[in-house]
Design a protein. Structure first.
Length: 56
């Protein structure tokens, strides 16, 4: 029974991380669309973060 609770907790954590990641990516897209001069840091995050979400 404890294993089932642990698995449920792990699945919930992954879902929360994916939800948070999609929110961050959408905010980055809004930021990149609204500004012309974007720092290179945000461009790198925008390209790498969706790969992390797809992996999860």
């Amino acid at each position: 029974m404890a294993e089932a609770v642990a698995v449920a907790g792990l699945v919930a954590a992954i879902i929360q991380l994916a939800d948070f990641g999609t929110k961050v990516v959408s905010r980055l897209n809004e930021f990149l669309i609204s500004l012309y001069d974007v720092p290179a840091t945000f461009r790198a995050i925008k390209t790498e973060f969706p790969l992390l979400l797809d992996t999860l």
